[in-house]
Design a protein around this ligand. Structure first.
Ligand SMILES: Cc1cc2nc3c(=O)[nH]c(=O)nc-3n(C[C@H](O)[C@H](O)[C@H](O)COP(=O)(O)OP(=O)(O)OC[C@H]3O[C@@H](n4cnc5c(N)ncnc54)[C@H](O)[C@@H]3O)c2cc1C
Length: 395
């Protein structure tokens, strides 16, 4: 009971630090933090070892409303805003198990958004309730072996054949790709046309003939998140599985990137806060040269500066999310979020691991896992360099 009361008072303090949050965000923060403490942290090491988050855990997250935060009530959602999504991502990031966080966040904020934003009423009625409940887990398949940062370079093709499309190509690094159920797949419908007008998104169900999960990928971090290479070989899907109009896929991907990058930034700032807290505990108790490490000014000041940077990063995330709630184009701020938070979380992990000494290098320490997990934050969802180009264009 005391533990829950502590969690609540902490969450209220955290929410009060920003003017952007209302009571409903605070309640959500409390609820997610409680779930993280009781249902993720005690069990997630096993999921790291097995390489995926069990489906019953994802169903439980769905039943608690975590998968429908921004979706309409008619699909089981709670119709909240971008700031609520930020709360979910930040708190899942604080779990110290980012593989679990990304499993949920790809489903909620990177893949299912394609169904919601571009899907027909029939597609949404069919899929959204099951997406929100966690019965159906989604993946988004854009990246290919020869096209990552440069989305226009994708080579997967979708050829129209009467009432069907036939997909051929390969996708790589697809989160939820091994155990997911429904894939939002980018393919070229016009090989000769302008690249920005020739990509279309499609829904492909697991088990469709011609679609295979060719391999599960073994990763440096995010080990509880499953990641796949996918192959499409004459994969026939009904024309009604097209998401939106032909040729609108590139714009849909770019639009959804804004949300994705805000979410990844929020997750990174949750991870960074948790790492600083862990390290504060470590340096306050670990003694060297006759006193706790905290007595060393060099250590105190490095942690104080990191805490200041993380606070700045969080507020930038909140501001970018708030701009989105105001329907203001926040491409500049969101690109800053992705670049700054991705780099910062790595700086934080490097220093926090350093202050754990040799134990920080051991697989059994939390900070070791967190440092591995953070590495991808400067790459996935828009590499730092690509994000800085977006910022530079808008300076
Ligand atoms: C764990 C993981 C999960 C992922 N999940 C998904 C998913 O679910 N769905 C999906 O579609 N994709 C996913 N991705 C793919 C991810 O978005 C890409 O890896 C990312 O966009 C970078 O593309 P790339 O790997 O092809 O690198 P490249 O595009 O080849 O770039 C390599 C490096 O070159 C540099 N670079 C690139 N462009 C520029 C530039 N313009 N200027 C200067 N430097 C540049 C950057 O440092 C970059 O890291 C995932 C990746 C990982 C690692």
């Amino acid at each position: 009971m005391n533990k829950i009361a502590d969690v609540k008072s902490e969450s209220i303090a955290a929410a009060r630090r920003s003017p952007y949050f209302a009571e409903e965000h605070e309640l959500l923060r409390t609820q997610v933090r409680r779930f993280v403490e009781t249902e993720i942290k005690p069990k997630a090491q096993t999921w790291e070892e097995q390489g995926y988050v069990p489906r019953d855990v994802l169903r439980r997250m769905g039943s608690l409303g975590f998968f429908g935060i921004r979706y309409p009530a008619r699909y089981g959602g709670s119709e909240m805003d971008t700031l609520a999504t930020v709360v979910l991502a930040e708190e899942l990031g604080r779990s110290t198990f980012s593989g679990v966080a990304i499993t949920a966040l790809v489903h909620t904020d990177m893949a299912s958004v394609h169904v919601f934003n571009a899907g027909s009423e029939a597609q949404k009625d069919k899929w959204m309730p099951r997406i929100v409940s966690g019965e159906v887990i989604t993946a988004v398949a854009v990246t290919e072996p020869d096209a990552g940062s440069d989305v226009k370079g994708i080579r997967t093709v979708a050829r129209c054949d009467g009432d069907f499309y036939v997909l051929d190509g390969t996708k790589i690094f697809i989160t939820n790709g091994v155990y997911g159920d429904l894939y939002c797949v980018a393919a070229k419908t016009d090989r000769a046309g302008a690249p920005s007008k020739s990509i279309t998104m499609f829904l492909v169900e697991k088990g469709t003939p011609g679609f295979t999960v060719s391999r599960a990928l073994d990763k440096h971090g995010w080990r509880s998140s499953d990641t796949a290479e996918l192959h499409f070989d004459g994969c026939r899907i009904p024309a009604e599985n097209r998401l939106g109009e032909e040729g609108r896929g590139f714009y849909a991907i770019m639009k959804n990137f804004q949300n994705e990058r805000t979410v990844i930034g929020a997750m990174a700032m949750g991870e960074a806060q948790a790492a600083i807290e862990l390290t504060l505990d470590q340096v306050r108790t670990r003694k060297a040269f006759g006193a706790p490490l905290w007595q060393k000014e060099a250590i105190r000041q490095r942690l104080a500066m990191l805490a200041a940077k993380v606070e700045a990063g969080r507020q930038l995330v909140y501001h970018a999310a708030w701009l989105d709630t105001q329907r203001v184009d926040a491409t500049r701020e969101v690109s800053m979020v992705k670049a700054y938070c991705g780099e910062l979380v790595n700086e934080v992990m490097y220093t926090c691991l350093q202050f754990h000494g040799g134990m920080g290098f051991m697989r059994e320490s939390t900070i070791e896992r967190m440092a591995r997990d953070a590495r991808v934050q400067t790459i996935g969802g828009g590499a730092t360099e690509v994000m800085l180009e977006e910022v530079a264009k808008r300076l």
